[in-house]
Write a protein that binds this ligand. Structure first.
Ligand SMILES: [Fe+2]
Length: 254
């Protein structure tokens, strides 16, 4: 039985980014998560401008704490965990302090990039910089970027330098298009999926239901593998312990 998931990536907090547009929608997204066997939901608004980071962090904390209180009052057992999805560019080299912005203030930092302009070498240097602070870069939806679609072995180089990968739960069933579907399935085969997230933005489409995607996964992605990733691996973030990834092949071989 598939249950007890951790969703490490969602835009559930209302009016913080292009995610939930009202508190009502936030509550709907939480209900969907809980009904679909997610027990822990990371709220990870986009952090795009460092000059707004402190203010955004305060606002996120206020909203996440309020949401947790309301959920508890309604008898919900869904646990809300704080994080950000951080847009990386060269501006990151000016930042020296990252902890308030990581996942659950752990060593794990969820990062995204411009979908079209980003080059693999840029990502390697941003990840190397983050590693120099003892952080573990967790790359959000690598299966969706042009620099990965055109050069799968870049994932080998990123993995070798210590980056981990969060695949969107809908990618292996085609929610994000054919390229993302093919690449995410190859990543599963090679043991390159470290975390799963809904990347939910709404309560309608692209919501917090990961379970219905898991139920439609190709036969070669086993329930055990889904549990290892969506249930067990996220515990390493919560406890801030080192996760040793389970690579089986290189992406070069895929
Ligand atoms: Fe996202």
């Amino acid at each position: 039985m598939l249950k007890g998931f951790t969703d490490i990536h969602s835009h559930t907090l209302w009016k913080m980014d292009d995610g939930a547009s009202s508190f009502g929608e936030t509550l709907d997204m939480c209900s969907i998560a809980e009904e679909c066997e997610t027990s822990r939901l990371f709220v990870t608004p986009h952090l795009m401008y460092w000059d707004q980071a402190e203010e955004l962090c305060d606002l996120r904390d206020e909203k996440a704490d309020y949401l947790s209180d309301v959920l508890a009052d309604h008898g919900s057992e869904l646990e809300i965990v704080k994080g950000f999805e951080i847009l990386c560019d060269d501006e990151i080299f000016d930042i020296k302090y990252f902890r308030p912005y990581t996942l659950n203030e752990s060593r794990y930092i969820l990062i995204e990039f411009d979908f079209f302009k980003t080059r693999g070498d840029d990502v390697l240097s941003w990840c190397r910089y983050l590693k120099s602070f003892g952080l573990v870069p967790v790359i959000a939806h690598p299966e969706r970027y042009g620099f990965v679609i055109n050069d799968l072995p870049v994932l080998d180089r990123l993995s070798e330098m210590g980056a981990l990968f969060q695949v969107n739960a809908g990618s292996p069933v085609g929610v994000f298009g054919d390229d993302a579907m093919n690449i995410s399935c190859k990543m599963f085969d090679a043991g390159y999926v470290d975390f799963l997230g809904s990347d939910a933005h709404k309560s309608s489409i692209r919501n917090t239901d990961m379970l219905s995607f898991f139920e439609d996964y190709p036969y070669n992605i086993s329930e055990e593998e889904i549990k290892r990733i969506a249930v067990n691996n996220a515990d390493f973030i919560i406890s801030d312990k080192i996760l040793v990834p389970n690579r089986k092949k290189s992406m070069k071989e895929m």
